[in-house]
Design a binder for this molecule. Structure first.
Ligand SMILES: [Zn+2]
Length: 176
């Protein structure tokens, strides 16, 4: 938080490399899930925004929830997506709506764990190893601006690669 969409950059890059072994939609769902706590705290005006959700322990719990809830929700969403792009010139955007448990698991847990890792560099109110340790050696290791830039570059490169692959195979995802 508060820039959840930036987390999609690394996700797109992983998707471009891992393909059908990684669910980008479940990854995205996990990003929304993990940022619910800081969002609620932001509206409440709390001084600490990042609590248990932004710890590695919390990330494992939220990852499990994102896996179990996200797999059926994302499959339903992908079927809707396929109906929306089932028109001339857009059919190359159609995807396989079935998400394997492996792809959903990798999407969910890489999602929440990478989220805590990236956020721990930026947010001074985070204790990523709580309740075992309240130290955060990652804080300000890299300037926040460089992290946003890295996420943007990974996102642009990842989505371009995905688009090229989809155009190359046209309906490649249907046959996987
Ligand atoms: Zn966050």
């Amino acid at each position: 938080m508060p820039f959840t969409p930036f987390h999609m950059g690394p996700g797109a890059a992983v998707k471009a490399v891992a393909g059908r072994y990684f669910s980008l939609t479940v990854f995205g769902f996990s990003q929304v899930m993990i940022d619910l706590e800081p969002l609620i705290r932001l509206f409440r005006g709390d001084s600490v925004l990042h609590g248990m959700s932004h710890t590695y322990l919390g990330a494992l719990v939220i990852g499990a929830v994102a896996l179990l809830a996200g797999k059926p929700l994302c499959e339903w969403w992908l079927r809707g997506w396929n109906r929306a792009v089932d028109i001339k010139y857009l059919r190359w955007l159609m995807v396989n709506p079935n998400i394997s448990w492996l792809a959903a698991s990798l999407g969910a847990f890489i999602g929440t764990l990478s989220h805590v890792l990236l956020d721990s560099v930026m947010h001074a109110d985070m204790h990523p190893f709580a309740p075992f340790s309240y130290a955060n050696q990652m804080l300000h290791l890299i300037p926040a601006g460089q992290i946003y830039l890295l996420c943007t570059i990974l996102g642009v490169a990842g989505f371009i690669a995905l688009a090229v692959v989809a155009l190359w195979h046209k309906h490649s995802f249907d046959t996987e």
